[in-house]
Design a protein around this ligand. Structure first.
Ligand code: AMP
Length: 467
C-alpha cells in the first residue's frame, strides 16, 4: 500500500514525500480512504501509530475546497493536553506546507487575545484543549456552526482528566451534519457511550489488538521490597546494571512518588528530570526538549503527565510501581521498542503489587520473566519491617558495588555498550580535568543525602550522571 492509493490530493502527497514518509502506517491506510469519503471514523490507536497524520491528511485534502469565515472555524481538533495540541499544530506545519491555511491553537497557559485575534480573521483549523475552547465560546469570540469536521483525539485520556462533560457540551454545539473522527487507545464503557451518542455509523479501525505488546520489547520483572527507601535503592541498582541504556522513562503511579524519585535520583547523582502534572507549560516543554536532546537521560513521569507525548527512541522503560490499570502497562512499555527498534521494559514488583501484575499478564496473555540484578542479592518480597534493615540489601553484593570507586575508573571499565564507553571518555574525563577553579570538586554523594543505601554515583555510567 502506498500513499498515492489512498485518494489524497497531489498537494498533500507532495508534502508527505517532503516529510520523508514512504509508506502509510496501518491506521493511516485503514482510516484515510473512509475519512475522505466523509465517513465517521472510530480509531483504536495509540501514540506512535501515526494516528495524527491519519486525521491531518484527509483534513488537508478536504480543506482545499472553500474558505474560512471570521469567527467561524471549519474544522476542530480536540486534544487533552497542551503538548499534544502543539504536536498536532507541528504536523499541520509539516504536512500542510503546500496549503495556505490558518491554524489557530487554543490552549491554556498562554494569553487569550492573540488566539482570539486569529479566529477573528477566519481559521481553517482550530486545535484546542476543551477548557480553553469553551472559554472562547463563552466570551462570544467563536461560533461553532460552520464546523465540517471534528476530531476527538486521545478520548480515554480526556476521560482520565475529567473532560468528558466538556466534550459532550462541545459536541452538542456542532452541526449535526459534521464528520467526526474519534481516536482512543482504549474503550472503557464511558467512552463507548460517547461514541454511540456522537458518531454516526462509524467505520471502526483498530491497529493494535487490545493489550498487545510489541515483540521487540524485552520485558522483565524485578522483585522489590515494600519499603519505599529500599525500593528506590533497587531502582538505582537496576539503572546502574543496564549498560546498554541510552535514555529511559521511569513511571510511578503517584505524583508524590514522581517528585520524590526526582529528588532521590538527582541526589544520587543521576541525570534525571521529572514531568509533573502540575508543572506549567513552559517548564514541561523545557523538560521534554531537554529529554529529547539527551540533556536529561532519565525522565520520571506519571501516566497522566506522559500520556500522548511524542518521545521517540527511548531505550528503556522502568515501572517503579506496577500500574494499577493493566492497560497503562501497555502504554508505558510502548514508549520503547518503537518502529522495529529494540527496547527494554523493567517492572519493579513488591509482594503487595502481585495482584496487579497478574492482571497485566492476563491482559497481555503472557508471563513476564523475572530478572535478577547482577551483584545484588535476590530480594525476597519481605514484610516492610524486615525490608528496611540496611544489611539486607547488600547481602551477597559483589565488590563492583563498593562506593569508593571513582566515576572515571568505573567508566573506563564500562562494558558492553559502545555509547557508554565513548561518552565515558568524552564527557567524564575532560570534565574532571578542566573543572573551573572556582567550582568545587563534586563531593561524593553521601548516604544521608536522601536514602540510606550503600551506593553512590561512582557505580553508574557517566551519561546517566548529573551534569
Ligand atoms: P503519532 O502516532 O501520530 O503521534 O505519530 C508518531 C510519529 O510517527 C510521529 O513522529 C510522526 O511524524 C511519525 N509518522 C507518522 N506517520 C508516518 C509514516 N507514514 N511514516 C513514517 N513516520 C510516520
Amino acid at each position: 500500500m502506498s500513499f498515492s492509493e489512498l485518494g489524497l490530493s497531489p498537494k498533500v502527497l507532495e508534502a508527505i514525500t517532503a516529510a520523508g514518509y514512504t509508506t502509510p502506517t496501518a491506521i493511516q491506510a485503514e482510516a484515510i480512504p473512509h475519512a475522505l469519503q466523509r465517513k465517521d471514523v472510530l480509531g483504536l490507536a495509540q501514540t506512535g501509530s501515526g494516528k495524527t497524520a491519519a486525521f491531518v491528511l484527509p483534513m488537508l485534502s478536504m480543506l482545499e475546497k472553500g474558505r474560512a469565515r471570521a469567527r467561524m472555524p471549519r474544522t476542530l481538533i480536540l486534544e487533552p493536553t497542551r503538548e499534544l495540541a502543539i504536536q498536532v499544530e507541528e504536523s499541520f506545519a509539516t504536512l500542510g506546507k503546500n496549503h495556505k491555511l490558518t491554524v489557530a491553537l487554543l490552549i491554556g497557559g498562554v494569553s487569550f487575545e492573540p488566539q482570539a485575534a486569529k479566529i477573528d480573521r477566519g481559521a481553517d483549523v482550530v486545535i484546542a484543549t476543551p477548557g480553553r475552547l469553551l472559554d472562547h465560546f463563552e466570551r462570544g469570540r467563536l461560533l461553532m456552526t460552520s464546523i465540517e469536521m471534528l476530531v476527538i483525539d486521545e478520548a480515554d485520556r480526556m476521560l482520565d482528566m475529567g473532560f468528558i462533560p466538556d466534550i459532550e457540551r462541545i459536541c452538542k454545539m456542532l452541526p449535526f451534519t459534521r464528520q467526526t473522527m474519534f481516536f482512543s487507545a482504549t474503550m472503557p464503557p464511558e467512552i463507548q457511550r460517547i461514541t454511540a451518542q456522537f458518531l454516526h455509523n462509524p467505520i471502526r479501525v483498530e491497529t493494535t489488538v487490545r493489550g498487545s505488546t510489541v515483540d521487540t520489547i524485552t520485558q522483565r520483572l524485578v522483585k522489590a521490597p515494600h519499603d519505599p527507601k529500599a525500593k528506590r535503592e533497587t531502582l538505582r541498582a537496576l539503572l546502574r546494571s543496564q549498560t546498554t541504556i541510552k535514555n529511559g522513562i521511569v513511571f510511578a503511579n503517584r505524583k508524590t512518588t514522581v517528585a520524590l524519585l526526582e529528588k532521590s535520583l538527582k541526589q544520587h547523582g543521576f541525570n534525571a528530570g521529572a514531568l509533573h502534572g502540575d508543572m506549567d507549560q513552559s517548564a514541561r516543554s523545557k523538560m521534554l526538549t531537554a529529554f529529547r536532546a539527551n540533556e536529561v537521560s532519565i525522565l520520571i513521569a506519571s501516566d497522566v503527565a506522559a500520556r500522548g507525548l511524542d518521545i521517540p527512541d527511548v531505550s528503556h522503560v522502568f515501572n517503579f510501581d506496577v500500574p494499577i490499570h493493566s492497560e497503562d502497562y501497555v502504554h508505558r512499555i510502548g514508549r520503547t521498542g518503537r518502529a522495529g527498534r529494540d527496547g527494554a521494559a523493567f517492572t519493579l514488583v513488591t509482594k503487595e503489587e502481585t495482584k496487579y501484575l497478574k492482571a497485566i499478564e492476563a491482559l497481555i496473555q503472557k508471563d513476564i520473566e523475572w530478572f535478577e540484578i547482577e551483584g545484588v542479592a535476590a530480594i525476597e518480597n519481605e514484610t516492610p519491617a524486615e525490608s528496611s534493615k540496611p544489611q539486607r540489601r547488600t547481602r551477597g553484593a559483589k565488590p563492583a558495588q563498593k562506593p569508593e570507586r571513582t566515576p572515571e575508573r568505573n567508566l573506563e571499565q564500562a562494558p558492553a555498550s559502545p555509547i557508554v564507553a565513548v561518552e565515558a571518555v568524552e564527557k567524564a574525563k575532560p570534565a574532571e580535568k578542566h573543572r573551573p577553579r572556582n567550582q568545587p570538586k563534586p563531593r561524593p554523594i553521601e548516604m544521608a543525602d536522601v536514602d540510606d543505601d550503600g551506593f553512590h554515583a561512582g557505580n553508574m555510567p557517566s551519561f546517566l550522571m548529573k551534569r
